[in-house]
Design a protein around this ligand. Structure first.
Ligand code: FE
Ligand code: CA
Length: 524
């Protein structure tokens, strides 16, 4: 709900202030030391018109080497949802058991609430109270109310502070999308010159490794503030498991499929444990359902994709067997092979059906990657080609997806993505290789929260080969905020001054408008 003077916003601000005071300033939270169990904050997510998931994880010792957070036996946890920020008007409450099975994480699917309004929530366990978080139900099904949205990706702990999260929280969004690389499985070498604040451990492989990596990230006060300020919807990219993995294949050909699936199972379990997800996402071994839809009244339908779990094997694998992303010659037939899929056949069919049935004014496809084709040069050999780990490695799937949008005359499709650590605005054409074919959809990709961007000058040199790219900048870290109305989508690329400065300030790098009925962004 936009509008700076509306009283609802004022209440929201109070809620955020309460949550922030608890998580950052409370002497209780800090000086009670190892006994305080809510060291990882709180979160809410996957909202519906009548409820949302509320989350916390009890971890008095967030980095306990066994990954159990300093707890072993089951702990009863009380939860409350209130209609006011001071938590005086309780509308729902209950008790759940936090158990070692899910590392004492708690996921409560709250239902029976009113549509389109804020709520506040809090947990109590082991004699302590959690910070207060603010959530929000989505509007009722036919509502066309406006929304304030944000999306983020790629927060590498070792590369700096999460000021981007803090500034997005301050914008009081109604809903936030995490589009992948929420954690990084990999750590920089101590002597790499890259470690600004250390993970304190190497590459994650086991369940305890992944649990402790999430726990470390969750101790960040800016990340806690963002989760406490708004409900979120999360999908993943590669680094929640391993760089450039595809389905059951590690980037490293020496890791056998069976072994890699064990690592994937550990990573997926830790992901579920640390995100405000519904029970439909409880992992079964190495499998976990993450793709899903979310309707925001009739204003928007969000199609949230999983770009990693069901992929065909990486294309154009070189002689050394490496499954890492690379720039492959445009002539490599894998890039266009119609039998290959990025989303997997089931998810492709599900997406086509979601497009067919959508009655929303806007259709946002929230996923992990740059969708637009990109002719680029290998940074060392300077040979021209396509990046294999992205949509260019799965062109036939991209064509099917865009054809589905056209076939169903999908209302106002807009793609959101991350992964590439830079801002992009592109036109997605019906025929990716023909810039004269009609523009089918609009695309915005957000920069990283902290991760290093690709070399600006080298990428600017390839832009003449890519006339459908309307904007590119990789020089600053940040996030994207979106003001969505029935008659207009306003997208702001927001940048922070310096990821190494915990008090970094924020400004707008560039803004774009998308008008209904006309694919393609208009620069402001
Ligand atoms: Fe990343
Ligand atoms: Ca990535």
């Amino acid at each position: 709900m936009s509008g700076a003077v509306d009283p609802g916003r004022r209440r929201v601000l109070t809620g955020l202030a309460v949550a922030t005071a608890f998580s950052i300033l409370s002497p209780f939270a800090r000086s009670a030391g190892v006994d305080y169990p809510f060291t990882l904050g709180v979160a809410s997510g996957d909202p519906l018109p009548d409820g949302f998931v509320i989350w916390t994880r009890l971890a008095p010792v967030f980095n306990a080497v066994d990954g159990r957070g300093g707890l072993s036996r089951a702990v009863p946890v009380r939860w409350r949802v209130a209609s006011d920020a001071a938590m005086t008007r309780i509308v729902k409450q209950g008790e759940v058991m936090a158990t070692a099975r899910f590392a004492h994480a708690v996921h409560v699917e709250v239902a029976g609430l009113e549509a389109g309004r804020p709520y506040w929530y809090q947990f109590e366990g082991l004699g302590a109270q959690s910070p207060v978080g603010q959530s929000r139900t989505t509007p009722q099904v036919h509502a066309l109310a406006s929304a304030r949205l944000g999306f983020v990706s790629c927060s590498h702990w070792e590369r700096g502070y999460f000021s981007a999260y803090r500034h997005l929280a301050a914008e009081q969004p109604d809903l936030v999308f995490f589009l992948g690389d929420y954690i990084y499985d990999s750590s920089y070498a101590a002597d790499s010159g890259k470690v600004f604040r250390s993970h304190g451990s190497g590459n994650a492989v086991s369940l305890s490794d992944y649990r402790n990596r999430y726990a470390l990230y969750k101790t960040d006060p800016d990340l806690q503030a963002l989760h406490a300020a708004a409900p979120s919807v999360a999908t993943w990219d590669d680094h929640e498991v391993q760089n450039d993995y595809a389905n059951r294949w590690s980037q490293d050909p020496k890791i056998a499929v069976a072994q890699f699936l064990k690592q994937r199972a550990a990573a997926y379990q830790a992901y579920y444990e640390h995100m405000p997800l519904r029970a439909s996402s409880v992992p079964k071994g190495p499998d976990m359902r993450l793709y899903r839809r979310l309707d925001y009244g009739r204003l928007a339908r969000f199609h949230v994709l999983d770009g990693r779990q069901y992929r065909s094997e990486q294309p154009c694998i070189p002689a050394n067997g490496s499954h890492q992303g690379h720039v492959a010659a445009n002539t490599c037939s894998d890039l266009r092979a119609p039998g290959r899929t990025m989303l997997g056949w089931q998810q492709e069919a599900w997406l086509d059906q979601g497009f067919a049935q959508s009655k929303a004014q806007w259709n946002v496809i929230a996923q992990d990657l740059l969708v637009a084709p990109l002719t680029q040069r290998d940074l060392t050999s300077h040979k021209v080609g396509r990046w294999t780990d992205g949509w260019d490695g799965y062109m036939a799937n991209r064509s099917r997806m865009l054809a589905s949008i056209e076939r169903h005359r999908l209302s106002n499709p807009v793609f959101w993505g991350g992964d590439i650590h830079s801002f992009w605005t592109t036109d997605l054409h019906a025929d990716a290789n023909n810039p004269d074919s009609p523009i089918v959809a609009t695309e915005f990709v957000g920069s990283s929260v902290t991760s290093d961007g690709p070399p600006y000058d080298a990428f600017m040199q390839i832009m003449p080969l890519n006339p459908h790219v309307k904007f590119f900048d990789s020089r600053q870290r940040g996030y994207v905020s979106v003001e969505l109305e029935a008659s207009k989508m306003l997208t702001n690329f927001r940048v922070i001054t310096d990821p190494r400065d915990p008090a970094a300030t924020v400004s707008t790098l560039k803004s774009f408008v998308v008008e209904p009925g006309r694919a393609g962004a208009i620069a402001l």
